[in-house]
Write a protein that binds this ligand. Structure first.
Ligand SMILES: Nc1ncnc2c1ncn2[C@@H]1O[C@H](COP(=O)(O)OP(=O)(O)OP(=O)(O)O)[C@@H](O)[C@H]1O
Length: 584
């Protein structure tokens, strides 16, 4: 299931309320302050009517002028405070969404990650969440305060003259109908614009993740085109959304102009017949102009809501991807804990329903302690054995047991705490050498660190570096050599004191000295720990206690090097070609 196929079902307004609920008090405070701002403004026409009356009857206007000045100042001060409170709340809503999304993405199942683009997920955390800011302030609060101010203004207008109110409401209803047809277009364009931002994030991630390969392949121009296309698509859709938003925004202005002219005509006639006096008509016309702001606010809210709901849908899509249950991390095994045993019983597995099986009934047993090597042609399913033990994936049928207990019954953090895993491409994260080494066990003390550095022969490297362990390794460890990255990955796994070490040997060769050192280290570790290694080197298989030969998703033989060379033709061939070719 790809991210675009995830169905969320929940309406956007409910999702929005879910994000806003924790901040409802400050949102309410902001809304009240906005209302007070609106109310102080609303009183201005009344004071103005009094002022005109005073002028008409030759009375002093000082009181009315003072009242107007006080109202204007209060309006500005309360308005500023309300705006600050609302913006702060909106930022908190964005923060809440970013926290929820980033925690969730760290828990994503690997199956979900396989089907998504990291760049698109990044865009959802960074760009889509940003849109919640405006949807909170402009949409939610705008709809509330603008709507209330609109209703209050209409009530006041009704008090002044019900006939003129009828005229005004009819014009506004017409504007409402226009907005109703525009809103879905804004929504669609906004969603497509955000999707294009996601596509651009994915394209960027693809290029920056392999910039050397892109350069070496002379593919800059093709990649540039893809990036530009995504950027232009986002521009096109945003411009479409802007066009419809502009139409919506101007509908408010147009409606007010029409209402003003109609009120002027109908009101003028009513003044002529003596139904209302001039002061009433002036007050009413002031109210008509006073409608502009709340009406624009409400229409802006509807337009913003369309953009926000598109972003909310994309956030929710990410939050609907399959994830591991939220559990607390487990303590690492303490020193001296016994090594783990591993068993596969008739395991069938495929990476997705539409892909062929990778394991067709894999069965083997590995007792606690010692070293077991997995060998077989490329694609035989060796690395998949490790992924299943780590429970990155679950088998379709059969059982995988650790210490005789099905891994599905283990609490996930406990299971993973027992294991040290060194991936084939030995990933190193951006940060310092120390960060990388302590990633799996931040509590490791200096002695343990020094010991592991020595056994993995990293001590020489650390001594050579001007700032030692604090040296930054660069994005994905590009400042380290391939062999150094591999040794960092092994050191990181060893620092966890694993009860089971999974070592996916790199196909690239280490130099002879380092290979010999690592062989000794692994042999040493295997005395106290269970070590499973996907072997690509003869030196590894010859020292293994047992070798599991895999071919096309099945175990075809188990034995020692000496036994298998004579008993299994595939192994004999592998030993003669693959391993021997790679041997020193
Ligand atoms: N995440 C994945 N999604 C889909 N298919 C995958 C995935 N990972 C591996 N495969 C496929 O599963 C099969 C077994 O892969 P696996 O990595 O277990 O092989 P391997 O025996 O370790 O090979 P090698 O020696 O080349 O590392 C391969 O055909 C591979 O293309």
């Amino acid at each position: 299931m790809s991210i675009a196929e995830t169905q969320t079902g929940t309406p956007a307004w409910r999702l929005l309320l879910g994000y806003v609920r924790p901040h409802r008090r400050s949102l309410l405070a902001g809304a009240v302050l906005s209302l007070v701002t609106g109310a102080t403004g609303l009183m201005l026409p009344l004071v103005a009517r009094g002022l005109i009356d005073d002028l008409a009857h030759d009375r002093a206007i000082t009181g009315a002028l003072l009242a107007m000045s006080a109202l204007v100042v209060t309006n500005a001060a309360v308005g500023a405070l309300g705006s600050y409170v609302l913006r702060r709340t909106a930022e908190s809503v964005v923060l809440g969404a970013r926290r929820a999304l980033s925690s969730y993405l760290l828990r994503l199942r690997i199956t979900a990650v396989d089907r998504t683009e990291p760049g698109d997920l990044m865009a959802r955390i960074t760009s889509d969440t940003t849109l919640l800011r405006t949807v909170t302030t402009e949409s939610l609060v705008g709809l509330g305060t603008g709507g209330l101010t609109l209703v209050a203004t209409i009530v006041m207008m009704g008090l002044v003259d019900p006939v003129l109110l009828g005229v005004t409401v009819a014009v506004i209803a017409g504007a409402g109908a226009v907005i109703g047809t525009i809103a879905p277009r804004i929504n669609k364009a906004s969603k497509q614009a955000q999707q294009a931002v996601g596509v651009m994030g994915a394209a960027l991630e693809r290029v920056l993740g392999a910039l050397r390969t892109v350069k070496a392949s002379g593919a800059e121009h093709r990649e540039e085109r893809a990036l530009h296309e995504a950027a232009e698509e986002s521009w096109r859709q945003s411009v479409r959304a802007a066009k419809w938003s502009a139409v919506a925004g101007n509908t408010a202005g147009l409606a007010i102009q029409i209402a003003f002219l109609t009120v002027l005509a109908v009101g003028g006639a009513r003044v002529a017949t003596g139904a209302v006096d001039v002061a009433t008509l002036v007050a009413f016309l002031l109210y008509v102009f006073f409608l502009i702001s709340p009406l624009q606010e409400v229409i802006g809210a509807v337009a913003q809501y369309q953009t926000g709901s598109a972003a909310l849908a994309r956030i929710q899509e990410a939050l609907s991807l399959p994830a591991e249950p939220p559990v607390r991390s487990a303590p690492l095994p303490s020193a001296g804990e016994p090594p783990a045993s591993v068993a596969f019983r008739d395991v069938r597995f495929r990476y997705a329903d539409d892909l062929p099986h990778v394991h067709h009934g894999v069965t083997f047993e590995v007792p606690a302690r010692g070293m077991t090597a997995f060998v077989g042609p490329s694609g035989a399913g060796k690395t998949t054995v490790f992924s299943l033990i780590e429970r990155f994936y679950d088998p379709e049928s059969g059982e995988i047991a650790l210490d005789g207990r099905n891994v599905a019954e283990w609490e996930l953090p406990r299971l993973r705490a027992a294991i040290g895993y060194v991936e084939q491409d030995a990933p190193v994260l951006s940060g310092s050498l120390r960060d990388n080494l302590l990633l799996g066990n931040p509590e490791a003390d200096d002695d343990a660190l020094a010991r592991v550095l020595k056994t993995t022969r990293l001590d020489g490297l650390v001594a050579r570096l001007p700032v030692g362990l604090d040296t930054l390794v660069g994005h994905r460890g590009t400042k380290l050599s391939g062999g150094e990255r591999q040794r960092v990955a092994i050191a990181r796994a060893l620092l966890r004191r694993p009860r089971l070490l999974l070592l996916d040997e790199a196909t690239s060769q280490l130099d002879a000295v380092n290979e010999a050192a690592l062989r000794d280290t692994v042999a040493d570790v295997a005395r106290t720990t269970t070590v499973l290694v996907v072997a690509h080197r003869l030196s590894t298989v010859t020292m293994a206690d047992r070798i599991v030969v895999m071919d096309a998703g099945q175990v075809r033989a188990v034995g020692t090097h000496r036994e298998l060379v004579t008993a299994d033709p595939l192994y004999a061939e592998l030993a003669a070609t693959q391993f021997l070719a790679a041997a020193d």
